[in-house]
Design a protein around this ligand. Structure first.
Ligand code: HSE
Length: 342
C-alpha cells in the first residue's frame, strides 16, 4: 500500500512511529506492507519518493526541526505541495493536518483531489468530516474508493467502527459522552490542585490539544466530534449552528473545589440526536458513569433500540493512540484490497 501523508505533527509522527516499530508484526499478522511515498507539511518541508521514504529518517529529520534534514537519495523530490504530492500517485491519502471546523479546508480539497486521483482516504483531520461528510461519502462512492475516519472521534478507540459496523442493525437514537481529551485532562488536573493555565500547558505538551487549543477549551472540538458521530450513525446533516456549545474556559478552581466538596465532579458532556445536540460543562455525582472517566480518557454511550445502552471507554487523544486510529483504517482498507484480489 503506497501512502501519502499530509500533515506530520503529533498524529502523523505517531502513525510513522507505529509503522516503523510494528513493521514485522504488521506484515506477518495482517499482511500489511505499507510504503510511505510522500510526506507534506506546511512549514517544515515536504518529501516524495516513488519507492518509499525511510521511516526512521523521517522521524529523525522532523525531530531535528524540518524534513529538509532528511538525507538526499536518488529520485527524492523535495518541496512539493499537497496537491503535487497527491497527483504524483499513491493508493491512500492520509490527512492528519490541523482541523478547521468551519470550512474543513484546505484538507477538504486534498480529499477531493485524492479521490480524483483514485486514492482511498483516511482522515485524522476532523474538519472535512464535520463540514462535508455527505459530499465526501457521495464522491468516494462515485470514485469506488473508501473513506475512513476512525481517528477523528476518541482517537483510536473504535467509536466509529462500533457504531457503524458492530452495531449495524441496531437503531442508535442518541450518542452522549466525553469527547474531548484536553478538557477532561484539564478538569482532572484542576481537581488535583493544578491551575487551569498549567493544566492546559501540560495537555499541549502531551500532544492532546489542537494546534489552536481554543477549539478544545471552548467546546468546538467536542461539538465537531458529535456532528461526525451524528453523520456516521444517523446520516444527520448537522452543523455547529445546530449545537448548543459551551466550553470550560470560565470554570474556576473555586467551581471545581465546590463540586468536589459536594461529592460531584465537572465533566464536559456532549450529546447528539438526529435533530441536534449540545456540549455543556455539567456537574455529575461521583456515582454517575462518566464521573470516573479521568484524564485524557473519553467515553461514549450509544442508546440503541435492540441492546439498550452501550458504553465505550478509552483513549480520547494522544500521539500513538490517534496514530493507531489511522492504522486501524489502513488495515481495513488493506484487508479490502487483499480480498478483492482473491
Ligand atoms: N484535541 C483533541 C482532544 C484531540 O483533546 O480530544 C483528539 O481529537
Amino acid at each position: 500500500m503506497r501512502i501519502v501523508l499530509i500533515g506530520f505533527g503529533t498524529v502523523g509522527q505517531g502513525l510513522v512511529e507505529i509503522l516503523r516499530d510494528k513493521a514485522a508484526d504488521l506484515k506477518l499478522s495482517e499482511n500489511f506492507v505499507p510504503q510511505l511515498v510522500g510526506v507534506v507539511t506546511r512549514s517544515r518541508g515536504s518529501l516524495y519518493h516513488p519507492n518509499g521514504l525511510d521511516l526512521n529518517g523521517l522521524l529523525t529529520a522532523i525531530k531535528a526541526g524540518s524534513l529538509d534534514q532528511y538525507p538526499d537519495t536518488p529520485g527524492l523530490e523535495r518541496g512539493w505541495n499537497a496537491l503535487q504530492t497527491i497527483q504524483a500517485g499513491a493508493d491512500v491519502m492520509v490527512e492528519a493536518g490541523p482541523s478547521n471546523f468551519e470550512t474543513g479546508q484546505p484538507a477538504l480539497d486534498y480529499c477531493y483531489a485524492a479521490l480524483e486521483n483514485g486514492q482511498h482516504i483516511v482522515l485524522a483531520n476532523k474538519g472535512p468530516v464535520a463540514v462535508a461528510y455527505h459530499e465526501l461519502v457521495s464522491r468516494a462512492k462515485a470514485a469506488g474508493k473508501k473513506l475512513r475516519f476512525e481517528a477523528t472521534v476518541m482517537a483510536g478507540t473504535p467509536s466509529i467502527r462500533l457504531g457503524t459496523q458492530a452495531l449495524a442493525g441496531c437503531k442508535i437514537t442518541q450518542a452522549r459522552g466525553i469527547l474531548n481529551g484536553t478538557t477532561n485532562y484539564i478538569l482532572t488536573q484542576m481537581e488535583d490542585g493544578m491551575t487551569y493555565a498549567d493544566a492546559l500547558a501540560r495537555a499541549q505538551a502531551l500532544g492532546y490539544a489542537e494546534a489552536d487549543p481554543t477549539a478544545d477549551v471552548d467546546g468546538w472540538d467536542a461539538a465537531a466530534k458529535a456532528i461526525i458521530l451524528a453523520a456516521a450513525l444517523f446520516r444527520a446533516r448537522l452543523t455547529l449552528k445546530d449545537m448548543n456549545v459551551r466550553g470550560i474556559r470560565d470554570l474556576t478552581t473555586d467551581d471545581v473545589t465546590a463540586a468536589k466538596a459536594a461529592g460531584e465532579r465537572w465533566k464536559l458532556i456532549a450529546q447528539v440526536t438526529p435533530a441536534g445536540g449540545s456540549v455543556q460543562p455539567t456537574r455529575v455525582p461521583l456515582s454517575h458513569p462518566l464521573a470516573g472517566v479521568s484524564g485524557a480518557t473519553n467515553a461514549v454511550t450509544y442508546i440503541t433500540d435492540l441492546l439498550g445502552d452501550i458504553t465505550l471507554v478509552g483513549a480520547g487523544a494522544g500521539r500513538l493512540q490517534t496514530g493507531f486510529g489511522v492504522l486501524s483504517d489502513l488495515l481495513e482498507i488493506n484487508e479490502g484490497e487483499l480480498i478483492s484480489r482473491i
